[in-house]
Design a protein around this ligand. Sequence first.
Ligand code: SF4
Length: 330
Amino acid sequence: MTTPPLLSAQGLHVTFPGRQGAGPARAVDGVELDIRPGEIVALVGESGCGKSTLARALLGLVKPTAGRITHDGRPLDYSGRALRAYRRRVQLVLQDPSGSLNPRHTVYDAVAEGLRIHGHAGDERAAVADALSRAGLRPPERFFLRYPHELSGGQRQRVVIAGALVLEPKLLVADEPVASLDASVRGEILALLLRLRTELGLAALVVTHDLGLAWNIADRVAVMYLGRIVETGTVEEVLTSPRHPYTQALLSVLPEAPGTPQILTGEPPDPSRIPSGCRFHARCPALASGEAERAGVAKACRTTDPGILTPGTEAQSACHLSRTGAQPAY
Ligand code: SF4
């Protein structure tokens, strides 16, 4: 039996007013996504694809225009008290630890802040020490009175993670959690996230543009393009046998990728002007190379939306060509 999701997005849309006379910007445009207890899901895509807006919606920081988010099977309640309780359970870890930490706050105060906001009734000092230890800052007392500028980048990110852990969440939403760190400490922070999953059963949504990072940490990958998830599956399925031409192009430009890199031309379209048919068709290498034509799907590519992927554990791709079973020859 499949474990019920801890967090679920169902038919989620987040639309912002258009700028300079443009139509509404559909930043998130019909997303279905499940995250199960203890599962690490990587949400991957180019910058501007809507992944950060989706993450903010999942955190309750942005209210969806349509659709819903459920947590432990119950719809997210946007009233003040319920939202505060929800944010204890689902914590955000931001990309830049320097920007997340107040330079005038000691490590102790930075980690204790969440406890104070939520009116923690227990032993604050013990909770802060425990969170710092779990984040790998040991002995924790040695860090209590230090300021962010006295720490390395990796230690600052561990303080940010400790600030999330102190509230005993069930899920972390980590937005590019290692993007601002040196290569030497990235592996340590990723290992920490994996250890927290093992020790605490902590689930995570890791938002990243980096497919290599997804490979190192995720159980499942969801690839996002222009407000939609266009491919999803286990990390092995998506990264070793990608079926969507967008995923194939992203993977082909990795340094270790075999074959010819597929350089995507142009920028992703403006979310206020999402093309008809497949939203990727103007940049699709399979359409440009004639592959879609030979498989008999080129007309559908330009006119028929491949649709919204349903949540589930099986590999899926929102692409007419991949549904024919054809392997791209480009
Ligand atoms: Fe390319 Fe057509 Fe697939 Fe879209 S549906 S990704 S245009 S082959």
